[in-house]
Design a protein around this ligand. Structure first.
Ligand SMILES: Nc1ncnc2c1ncn2[C@@H]1O[C@H](COP(=O)(O)OP(=O)(O)OP(=O)(O)O)[C@@H](O)[C@H]1O
Ligand SMILES: [Mg+2]
Length: 268
């Protein structure tokens, strides 16, 4: 099974945690998938804070062999979660992650990894993942840093599924999707605006996909999740009106291609 997906960038604050969480919740809610979300940002984890989880055991305990992974699994918003702890100061071997998750692969449709922007911390996580989703905002600083993560994946021969462009603020001053694809040589799978509703989601400790299904971010996450789950994407009113493929955005065409790979023979 090739179902361990990681959202990566070597840049802090681009939305790795947000997208990992929203995608996990959307796969469960809209596509009835059984999902395990793992906070593999070992030194500066955020998932427990995002969801206000109270935890006895964390991922680091399982990597140390101090407890079985099932003791570190918590349920929230329809998904299972293995959080990490900010206050964990003992040494861990992050390369144990692949072994720890191995026997959980068959129990879940998808295991989603939130990751660290730290180069050294990211390497063992990319080694654990079956597929990578790059996360970048559309500015030159973030894109070039994100491509560093792509390089690790290429060196480790971990397939890169595509890039999610997040926190789009000022298209006139930012790369467009075509430029991003030309520079990265990676297909853009989703384009997500910088939206003030994210602040509400953080404040309410509830993923936006559950808080406001009609929000543009929730809808784009649902479309991305549909492609990951191999399910058809809901058509917008414009697409229903003009059913010609020429009306489709680049990211939608790329999602169609990704959807087709769901049924393809695994390559790892
Ligand atoms: N599309 C968006 N619109 C508005 N705010 C967003 C969006 N995506 C993420 N954010 C906000 O940006 C901040 C950073 O997001 P997030 O924690 O997901 O980034 P990260 O890449 O995981 O950061 P780190 O590398 O520090 O773990 C959070 O406050 C989050 O709510
Ligand atoms: Mg994060």
């Amino acid at each position: 099974m090739t179902n361990i997906l990681a959202f990566v960038s070597i840049k802090g604050g681009v939305g790795k945690t947000t997208l990992a969480l929203e995608t996990a919740v959307s796969l469960a809610k809209h596509f009835d998938k059984k999902v395990l979300l793992v906070d593999a940002n070992f030194s500066a984890p955020n998932i427990a804070l995002y969801l206000d989880l109270t935890k006895d055991y964390v991922l680091q305990d399982t990597l140390n062999g101090q407890t079985l992974p099932q003791n570190a699994i918590y349920e929230a918003h329809g998904i299972d979660i293995i959080p990490s702890s900010l206050n964990y100061h003992k040494n861990i071997d992050p390369y144990n992650l692949k072994k720890v998750l191995q026997k959980y692969k068959s129990r879940y449709d998808f295991i989603i990894l939130d990751t660290s922007p730290n180069y050294e911390e990211l390497k063992p996580v990319i080694a654990t993942a079956d597929k990578i989703f790059l996360v970048s905002s559309p500015d030159h600083v973030t894109l070039h840093t994100t491509l560093k993560a792509a390089k690790i994946a290429q060196e480790q021969k971990t397939p890169i599924q595509g890039i999610v462009v997040n926190r789009i603020r000022s298209p006139r001053h930012e790369y467009n999707l075509r430029e991003i694809e030309t520079l990265s040589k990676v297909p853009v799978l989703a384009k997500i605006q910088d939206h003030k509703k994210m602040a509400k989601s953080l404040h309410k400790k509830t993923p936006l996909s559950l808080l406001d299904e009609a929000n543009t971010i929730s809808k784009e996450i649902k479309s991305l999740s549909a492609a990951i789950a191999g399910s058809p994407e809901q058509e917008s009113w414009l697409e229903k009106l003009l059913p010609l493929k020429t009306t489709l955005g680049k990211e939608k065409i790329n999602r169609d291609l990704l959807r087709q790979t769901y049924y393809a023979v695994p390559n790892k």
